[in-house]
Design a protein around this ligand. Structure first.
Ligand code: MG
Ligand code: ZN
Length: 235
């Protein structure tokens, strides 16, 4: 016969869902910064400063950065972004584990479609599980488009560009164990909602500062090990 607590945990068994950042998380570096650094259009540094110091929103800043680049450079920009990026170790293994364990895996990225989709193409992730910003090369300059805006609950007044918390809120905590993987300030609002936070770099600093629990990782193998350890405790 089951004890009361076992019966209760059976009733409340929730499915795990992972919200994984892209730039600086799935890829080792930030691709947007790498692009503007490489093509070096006049004025990019001050825009990045404005974003980092939160004088302008991510959405306004990223939009402005790409408007510095002529749309005619499309092929060079795409080729550079894809050629320059490196996937963090253990990513394929983590995806395989998620598939086996029926853990839903979502990419929640503030990156741009023209590098996010090609870089993820070798991996078995459904396109419907990849959230990122779009791009339009039909004008004179590269224009970023925003198919995933903030909902009415986001405190960023539509400044996120790709709103990670809006996606997370579609997975209610009554039904899901929400797991976030990230590396920067743009992951922090999501980290506050998530039950498990895997962090590195600036996200770790932010979590420490505000006393939010986190588990540090350097490769996806660390995350995989931790997920497996949790699983064996649950079984
Ligand atoms: Mg990132
Ligand atoms: Zn938002």
């Amino acid at each position: 016969m089951m004890s009361n607590s076992e019966t209760a945990s059976e009733h409340t068994r929730r499915r795990k869902v992972i919200f994984c950042d892209f730039d600086g998380t799935i890829t080792e570096n930030d691709n947007i910064i790498a692009i503007v650094k490489h093509f070096n259009p006049l004025g990019w540094e001050s825009i990045v400063d404005d974003i980092v110091s939160q004088r302008i929103t991510i959405k306004d800043g990223v939009g402005k950065l790409f408007r510095l680049l002529p749309a005619s450079q499309r092929e060079e920009v795409i080729a550079y972004a894809i050629g320059n990026a490196r996937i963090r170790n253990g990513f394929a293994e983590l995806l395989e584990y998620c598939k086996l364990q029926d853990i839903e895996f979502l990419v929640t990225s503030g990156g741009i479609d023209f590098f996010v989709y090609p870089l993820l193409a070798p991996f078995d992730i459904s396109v419907s599980h990849i959230y990122c910003n779009g791009s339009d090369f039909s004008g004179d300059q590269i224009e970023i488009t925003w198919p995933n805006p903030c909902d009415e609950h986001c405190s960023n007044s539509n400044g996120c560009g790709m709103c990670k918390t809006t996606i997370i809120r579609r997975y209610p905590e009554e039904q899901y164990i929400r797991i976030l993987i990230g590396d920067s300030v743009t992951d922090f609002a999501g980290a506050k909602l998530a039950e498990i936070v895997y962090s590195r770099s600036y996200l770790t600093v932010k979590c420490k500062e505000l006393g939010l629990p986190y588990i540090e990782y350097e490769t996806f193998h660390h995350i995989l090990d931790d997920l497996k350890a949790r699983q064996s405790r649950e079984d």
